[in-house]
Design a protein around this ligand. Structure first.
Ligand SMILES: NC(=O)c1ccc[n+]([C@@H]2O[C@H](COP(=O)([O-])OP(=O)(O)OC[C@H]3O[C@@H](n4cnc5c(N)ncnc54)[C@H](O)[C@@H]3O)[C@@H](O)[C@H]2O)c1
Length: 248
């Protein structure tokens, strides 16, 4: 499997390169905003990028157009792990997935796939009598908030309820008493935290908390490489972690 890494010089790009080396997989090149050398050549646009069997992308949403043009033109799959896409970009991913096999997940870790399933189950069992709040913490370089994973957890819990639920990101002010239909999402930023997510179910006289901590980036890199292997030979379409681990 020949791998092209998008965002190759970033923290996650380097973690993916290390993971590939550990698994004996070939990285044929990388794309980033500056050219360089990372044990493989790094170029500044997908137009200059070499042939590959699959792209693994941990970059910035701004890289999306070039990436999609590259994979659609060559009919090769891509793992899109970047977070913070706009609605228009998500629609462009949907459109491109008619011509290329694309895998998108705001969190590539297996543990988070389980946390999502457990949160969905908890919402089903506990029902509307419990208030749900999601808390996430990440390092001080993270640009998007809330995290893509927090939004995935929100979606999982929201879908478990028969009635509408509305995301409320942070609270401040004199008139922000919690409404029943809210799911609060709170973002902590600082230091070098790799990624922590907690889903709180707050009921009358009892409270359930389900949490996940990623200790280092290798869990995301390993998950992305696993997703890349899963995509090889797949029909065009949009795949996710549920397709890799099965519906839990
Ligand atoms: N899905 C997951 O499991 C998961 C896990 C960790 C991080 N992420 C996401 O991955 C992304 C990268 O995270 P990071 O910590 O490595 O960030 P980073 O800032 O360390 O690295 C991003 C890299 O992308 C490059 N880049 C920026 N614009 C680009 C463009 N237009 N084309 C190509 N490269 C470009 C930057 O120069 C940088 O080298 C973020 O969106 C982050 O939220 C996802």
């Amino acid at each position: 499997m020949k791998i092209l890494i998008s965002g190759a010089l970033g923290h996650m790009g380097r973690a993916v390169a290390e993971q590939c080396a550990a698994e004996g997989l070939e990285v044929v090149g990388g794309v980033d905003v500056t050219a360089g050398e990372a044990g493989f050549p790094v170029v500044t646009s997908f137009e200059e990028a070499p042939e590959a069997d699959v792209v693994i992308d941990f970059s910035k949403p701004a890289a999306l157009d070039g990436l999609l043009a590259y994979v659609v033109k060559r009919h090769i799959p891509a793992v899109l792990a970047t977070t913070g896409y706009t609605e228009e970009q998500l629609a462009a991913i949907d459109q491109a997935s008619r011509e290329a096999a694309l895998f998108r997940s705001g969190n590539m870790s297996l543990g988070i796939a389980l946390l999502r399933a457990l949160s969905r189950k908890a919402a089903e069992v506990l029902g509307g009598g419990f208030d749900v709040e999601i808390v996430e913490a990440h390092h001080n370089r993270k640009v998007d908030a809330p995290s893509g994973t927090a939004l995935m957890l929100y979606d999982a819990v929201k879908d478990a309820y028969g009635e509408p639920r509305e995301a409320v990101c942070g609270r401040h002010g004199r008139d922000c008493r919690r409404q029943h239909q809210e799911i609060g999402i709170h973002s902590l930023r600082g230091g070098t935290v790799t990624g922590e997510h907690e889903v709180h179910f707050l009921g009358v006289s009892e409270r359930i908390r389900i949490s996940h901590s990623a200790e280092n980036r290798s869990v995301f890199a390993a998950g992305a490489v696993r997703a890349a292997a899963f995509l090889l030979g797949k029909e065009p379409g949009l795949y996710s972690m549920d397709d890799v681990v099965g519906k839990l």
